[in-house]
Design a protein around this ligand. Structure first.
Ligand SMILES: NC(=O)c1ccc[n+]([C@@H]2O[C@H](COP(=O)([O-])OP(=O)(O)OC[C@H]3O[C@@H](n4cnc5c(N)ncnc54)[C@H](OP(=O)(O)O)[C@@H]3O)[C@@H](O)[C@H]2O)c1
Length: 262
């Protein structure tokens, strides 16, 4: 019997797609979640919380490769630390991590930066925990998923007037395509930091929103707001983009047509 692959965050947008693809290739898969789930479709679920460290040992026990997709807007370095601590004694052969494009280029130095962009600092710190874990590792930085941009657009469209950060651009990528790449990396040899993954096009935020509003047949005025701080400066300079790595195929328009237009 081969060792199972543990997918943390295997219930999330990305993780669910990773789990399905791993199952399709015939791998035994184990998922760590904070919630209780019954085993289904050959997937074993273990209940645990990476933020507190509770219940992680049984999840990592006997796992060969660990794909760390669990994440949230805060504290990903603590989750990575707790995971690595548990894994260190368990002898896994490969730790695969998903980070974000710009983690190393968006400076999170001041209170203002931290309040708005602390996520990027946290991802960079988590990357370092993975790289310093002593385990063979692979880290992929991906741009924002279409699903995230859609969720933000839907929330913003509840406002009578939508404020957007002046000068910000995004290069949304399809979560399914990121999952496919992550599975390829998971089944390959540990590769360290691999090239970034961005979607096929770079858009101004207002254009992403207009695309959504049009698909949803809604009308809202959009106003630009200039955000303060070094992190916002870096965004305006495109530090969150990977135009030379526009390897994703599915555009924002394709995604909207499938998810909102019908
Ligand atoms: N979304 C993006 O645009 C984007 C872009 C680049 C990189 N990433 C990275 O990709 C990863 C997945 O993102 P996503 O959008 O798929 O996330 P998501 O849909 O919000 O799912 C988050 C997952 O993390 C798990 N999780 C959160 N806190 C946890 C904790 N304390 N202990 C255990 N599990 C926990 C959740 O599991 P339960 O709720 O079942 O416990 C859930 O499966 C994250 O690391 C994120 O930073 C995301």
């Amino acid at each position: 019997m081969t060792a199972p692959i543990l997918v943390t965050g295997g219930t999330g947008t990305l993780g669910r797609l990773v789990v399905a693809r791993l199952r399709d290739t015939g791998c035994d898969v184990r998922v760590l979640s904070r919630l209780h789930h019954e085993a289904a479709d050959g997937i074993e679920f273990i209940t645990g919380d990476l933020a507190t460290g509770e219940g992680i040992e049984p999840a990592v026990d006997g796992a060969g490769t660990i794909v760390h997709c669990a994440g949230s807007s805060k504290g990903d370095e603590d989750k990575a630390r707790n995971l690595v601590r548990a894994v260190s004694g368990a002898g896994a052969s490969h730790l695969v991590y998903i980070s974000v494009v710009g983690a190393d280029r968006i400076p999170v130095v001041s209170r203002v930066d931290r309040a708005m962009f602390g996520y990027f600092g946290s991802k960079l710190a988590a990357e370092r925990v993975v790289a310093d874990s002593g385990l063979p590792w692979t880290t992929l930085r991906a741009a924002q998923f279409h699903d995230l941009i859609l969720m933000v657009a839907q929330q913003m469209a509840k406002l009578p007037v939508i404020p957007v950060p002046a000068g910000f651009r995004f290069q949304p990528v399809d979560a399914g395509e990121v999952a496919a790449r992550l599975v390829e990396l998971t089944l390959g040899k540990p590769a360290g930091l691999v090239p970034d993954m961005g979607g096929p096009r770079v858009y101004r935020v207002a254009d992403l929103l207009r695309g959504y509003l049009q698909a949803a047949r809604r009308h809202r005025p959009i106003v630009s707001v200039r955000l303060p701080g070094k992190a916002a400066n870096a965004f305006r300079a495109g530090a969150n983009l990977a135009p030379e790595q526009a390897v994703g195929q599915r555009t924002w328009e394709d995604f909207l047509a499938a998810r909102v237009g019908s």
